[in-house]
Design a protein around this ligand. Sequence first.
Ligand code: NAD
Length: 496
Amino acid sequence: MNLADGFAAQVLSRAREETQDWKMLINNEWVAARSGATMASVNPAYDEEIARVPAGGAEDIELAVRAAKAAFPAWSRLHVDERAAYCKRFAQALRAEAREFGMLDAIDSGNPFLAMVDDAKKGASLHDFFAGLGMEIKGETIPTPGGGLDYTRLQPFGVVGRIIPFNHPISFGAGKLAPALIAGNTVVLKPADQTPLSALWLGKLVRECFPPGVVNIVTGDGPECGGALVAHKDVRRIAFTGSVETGRAITRQAGIKTLSLELGGKNPLVIYPDVDIEKVAAAAVAGMNFTRSQGQSCGSNSRVFVHASIKKDFMDAVVALTDRIAVGLPELEATQMGPVVTRRHYERVMSYIEAGRQEGARVVRGGGHAPGEALRKGCFVDVTVFDQVRHGMKIEQEEIFGPVMSVLEWTDEATMLEEVNDSEYGLCANIWTNDISTGLRMADAVECGYVWVNGHGGKRYKGAPFGGFKNSGIGREHSLEELLSYTQVKNINVTF
Ligand code: NAD
């Protein structure tokens, strides 16, 4: 398909026009980077530049933080119901253009169009969810002797820096603003350098729905632009989603401020011999997120521990299911899996596949560039499944963040559990068994923040806290815990 035709081209040209040629949003005004510098955004399906966006730096962060700081007193003094009304209006506006935002993400990130329409709706729904939770921002009274009152209030921090990764641009760009705003903070959003377009276009809805300065959007690279936001003295709370490596850098740069870190995962799926093989194979494939994000998802079950007695049947079922995944151009409705985000990331994923082969694992599906003339120029890694993976191999230990599933076999439960937990990560785990005692015993024993028993990554409900143990992070999202994490406790002691 040629982007010069059709809906994709219309969306790109409309977004460009409505952002005044891809400007950033500070104080509800469209602005270029102070330095005038720009950086490319590339469509990975064709490996072609589709836009140039501002390469913001410390000066731009300074202006954005100033605007957010100026907007904070009035915003934080509103009743939470009034802030909720703003957020609900924003959610409605985003839902009305979910197809347009979904298409912009498809051509900027490579994720399939329909999955990104769904992501836009998810981002909107988080505003409704947190708007509904607003009245839970309440303190408590503490017993005192007569003649006194002691109570707490939960107050916002002020300016929040929100830094997001590339894998779900509109869902994260829109949705992750919600809890910070409902709690009464103002925000500076820094989208990923690889996928900045939908966040910039979101600026249009921000201008329509929020007072100036409440949400500011600054694009730029990680260390310089993101680093300036992290280090800024007037930003008291940083909320980061991204890699462990960047999480470490942020921890060093931030100084004394409140941080939440939603980091990577290398999530085990443990399969007992008593399960329905067709069902667990379907869950393994769904939970790998091949079809939402090419496996570029923190929650993907990229390490599968299957009992030796059913491994052959399981592998056959997985290969049959993955053969049916429609790999294609992300702007097409029929496509289920697109390219990975950049050429650089493509090379990185390919180097892991090569490392797997070198270490003696066996590719039973994919393992190279996805076939087809239409995909030749793009960053398409084929759906890849490794058999005969052993604990300790690089592909079993490191987060590949691509469409690569590693399958290990087990016989002794204690050894399997030791291997499952021998990981720097601790985000999610998935246990499949028909024995309820085994399922619950294992759910307790796995070292991670979120467990499915007989489920998969697609099954996540708002209100259920999501976040990691160990190097997978600090903090919980999508829940009351997240909303309250954007507040700080003040105690007030009164003598009558
Ligand atoms: P990344 O860490 O490279 O980048 C994330 C963001 O941080 C980008 O906006 C980037 O520009 C910025 N950044 C980079 N260096 C910075 C610095 N020194 N200071 C401030 N900001 C900086 O991550 P990525 O490659 O975009 O995303 C993939 C990672 O995100 C994976 O590890 C994945 O597991 C993780 N992730 C986690 C969750 C979760 O909820 N736990 C969700 C999605 C993605």
